[in-house]
Design a protein around this ligand. Sequence first.
Ligand SMILES: Cc1ncc(COP(=O)(O)O)c(C=O)c1O
Length: 400
Amino acid sequence: MNFIPYGRQEITAEDIEAVVGVLKSDYLTQGPAIESFEKAVCLEAGASHAIACSNGTAALHLACMAAGLQAGDSVVVPPITFVASANCARYVGANILFADIDPTTLTMSPLACRKVLEQAVANKKPVRAVVTVDLAGHPCDMQAFSQLKQEFGFIWIQDACHSIGATWEDNQGIRWKVGECPDPDMTVFSFHPVKHITTGEGGMVLTQSDQLAHKLRQLRSHGITRESAEFVNQTEAFADDGSPNPWYYEMQQLGYNYRMTDIQAALGESQLHRLAAGIVRRREIMAAYHARLNRHPHVSFPDVAESVGHAYHLAIVLIDFASVGKTRALLMNHLKHAGIGTQVHYIPIPLMPYYAAMADINEFPESIAYYRRALSLPCFPQMSDADVARVCSVIEVTLT
Ligand SMILES: Cc1ncc(COP(=O)(O)O)c(C=O)c1O
C-alpha cells in the first residue's frame, strides 16, 4: 500500500535533465539559470522583477529589509499562517500586531486589519507594513487591502507562498494573476517541495518597482554592488584614467548570502512548465473531496470568493470534532495507520511560546475556531482518483 503524504513534489525526466545540464555547465551558482528562471516566473506571474533566493523565509526577510523596516516598527500579520510570515519582521526588530482571519476564506480579515490600523494611528504609532497571506492558495481580499493601503499608507508584503498560479478578478471584471497587481509592494513565493513547484529549497520576491528590485538584489548578495556607476569610494573604485578597477566591488549595506543556486533554478524553471496543469489537477482533487465529504453533517469546506481562481496548495477540510465526538488526533492517527498523511495548517502563531507574550490568543476568536476544526488532506497532482477515494473512506469510517 503506497503512503499518501499531504503534499509531495513531482520530479520528471525533464527536470533531471535540466539539473544535469547545469551540473555539466560552467556555473553552479551565479550563472545564467537564475536569470532565466527569474524571467520565466516574471512572465508566468506578470511581474516586472523577480529576485530568486534561497527559500521563502529568506525572501520574506529580504522584503522586510528592502521595505526599510526597522526595530520598533509595527507590522500586521494574520495569526493563521506559517511562523515565517511573522518571523521575517522579527528578524529586522519589528513588533508584530495580529489581525484575525475572515472565517469564510481564512485569509486576513480586512475589517480586523482596519481596526488594528486605526488603533495604531490612535496610539500615534502607525503601522509600517502589513503581511497578508494567501492561505492554502486563496488570494486575500486584494481590493480591500489595496483600499486600506491607500488610506493608511503602509508597505504591503503579500505572502503568496501558497498561491503561485492563483488569480482574482477585480470589480471591473479584470482578472489578475498573483504577482501581477502593482498594489502589493512585494509578493513572495516559496519553492519548498510541498509547494506547487519546487527547487528543493527556494523562494522569490516579485515586485513591479525598479527601486525595490535593485535593493532586493543587493541585499540578496551581502549588500554588494559590482556596478561601477554605483560606486561610492571613487579613489578605490577607479584608476587614474577614470576606468573602474577590475577587482573592485563595494559593500554598501548589510546584506546576506540568500542566493539560489543555478542547480535549483534549472529545476524550478523546468517545474514551472507544469504549474498550470498541476493546479487543474489540484482543483479536481478538491472537487472530489467536496463531492464526497460534504455529505457528512459535521464536515464542511472553507468558502472560495467568487472572484478567486484558487491554487489549492492545501486541501483544507473543516470538521466539527466536538459534534462528531471524535478527536482530531484520533482521525489523524487512523489516517496515518491507513498510510495517509495529514497536517494542520496552522497552529495560531500567538499560541507559539515565542509569540505568546506578544499577543493574547483570546483576541482572535476566528483563528481559534478555525484551528479547532482544520485538517489538511493530501493534495498533489500525482494523486489518483483511487487515492482520493481511499482518503475519503478512512475519514467516513472514522467519523461514523
Ligand atoms: C505561508 C508561508 N510563508 C512562508 C513560508 C516559508 O517558506 P520556506 O519554507 O520556503 O522558507 C512558508 C513555508 O511553508 C509558508 O507556508
